[in-house]
Design a protein around this ligand. Structure first.
Ligand code: SAM
Ligand code: DTB
Ligand code: SF4
Length: 320
């Protein structure tokens, strides 16, 4: 079974892959990667937090939740021109996907949403893949974003269904799945993944991979984030994510979802080039570039360009 393209794997099958001896797992993932993807290419995405902090939710990892006392500066929704300046700079630095994030529980049908629609229209005109992550969406809101030119929507499951309640209590796993369904129905590309390092077990990670790979269609992209431990959040004292756990997670995702872009997401500032190279070897083929994620640091464009040069990687073209 291992090595075949498994469309809807069982938990047992995923467990078997996830628990392979590490070097065999990396080899298997690298083989699948070579069969289904162009291994010389990495998708370069840039994030911008268009509305920062003051969020009503209680996601235990998040520096933007109003109830935790973190060092971020709360900022209302940005102006269109400022967003466009940033998108142009990202494009000039080699980024092909621009993802706008808002610290909202859900989208509301108000003037702020009208302005986000304008962001989407304008960034789309720059020839970049436009992505948003704005919290929960109805089908109508997803359709409005799609009509404005939205290419992808990011909405993470974050962890397993079983562990979810330990991390977030202000919304349910079912809410998340409903939004993913609404995005899919609007014909928008789905970006959905999770975080490791929240205190979850290996079983939770396997269960999250089960949910992701058993969605009606595999997400087009799966971000794998290592927890960024932010002072003031309940998880600030968690252990640093072990690089081998990151590699195991990426490799399993690659084998389960061969056609998906697997993104080495948050946590790269704490990884060496050699460690990131292992992640690419294990099937990661996308990163967030630019010196900030949403509110926390990320390697600079220059550092990443030097890494690409060293590893012989090229940025993937938009809309491929
Ligand atoms: N508010 C919207 C939502 O929660 O869907 C969109 C923005 S939210 C910040 C997007 C994602 O960022 C979260 O689902 C989570 O996976 C990730 N994230 C937030 N804080 C993080 C952290 N400290 N470390 C790693 N990933 C994080
Ligand atoms: C994703 O999976 N990771 C990105 C993006 N999707 C929105 C966000 C990472 C955020 C890390 C913490 C911060 O910078 O605030
Ligand atoms: Fe709010 Fe999103 Fe952060 Fe949760 S992850 S607190 S919903 S910004």
């Amino acid at each position: 079974m291992i090595g075949e393209m498994i469309r809807k794997p069982t938990v047992e099958e995923i467990k078997e892959i996830y628990n392979m001896p590490l070097l065999d797992l990396i080899f298997k993932a690298a083989t699948v990667h070579r069969e289904f993807q162009d291994t010389g290419e990495v998708q370069v995405c840039t994030l911008l937090s268009v509305k920062t902090g003051g969020c009503s939710e209680d996601c235990a990892y998040c520096p933007q939740a109003a109830r935790y006392h973190t060092d971020i500066t709360v900022q209302a929704l940005m102006q269109t021109n400022d967003v466009l300046d940033y998108a142009r700079k990202a494009k000039a630095a080699g980024s092909t996907r621009f993802c706008m994030g808002a610290a909202w529980r859900e989208v509301r049908d108000n003037r702020d949403f009208d302005r986000v629609i304008e962001f989407v229209q304008e960034v789309n005109k720059l020839g970049m893949e436009v992505c948003c992550t704005l919290g929960m969406l109805t089908e109508q809101q997803a359709q409005r974003l799609a009509d404005a030119g939205l290419y992808a929507y990011n909405h993470n499951l974050d962890t397993s269904k079983e562990y979810y309640g330990e991390i977030i209590t202000t919304r349910t796993y079912e809410d998340r799945l409903q939004t993913l369904d609404n995005v899919r129905k609007a014909g928008v590309s789905v970006c959905c993944g999770g975080i490791i390092g929240l205190g979850e077990t290996h079983e939770d990670r396997i269960n999250m991979l089960y949910t992701l790979s058993n969605l009606p269609e595999h997400p087009e992209s799966v971000p794998v984030n290592a927890l960024v431990r932010v002072k003031g959040t309940p998880l600030e004292n968690n252990d640093k994510v072990d690089i081998w756990d990151m590699v195991r997670m990426i490799a399993t995702a690659r084998i389960l979802m061969p056609r998906t872009m697997v993104r080495l997401s948050a946590g790269r500032t704490e990884m060496s080039i050699a460690e990131q190279a292992l992640c690419f070897m294990a099937g990661a083929n996308s990163i967030f570039a630019g010196d900030k994620l949403l509110t926390t640091p990320n390697p600079s464009f220059d550092e990443d360009n030097a890494m690409f040069e060293l590893l012989g990687l090229k940025a993937r073209k938009a809309f491929k």
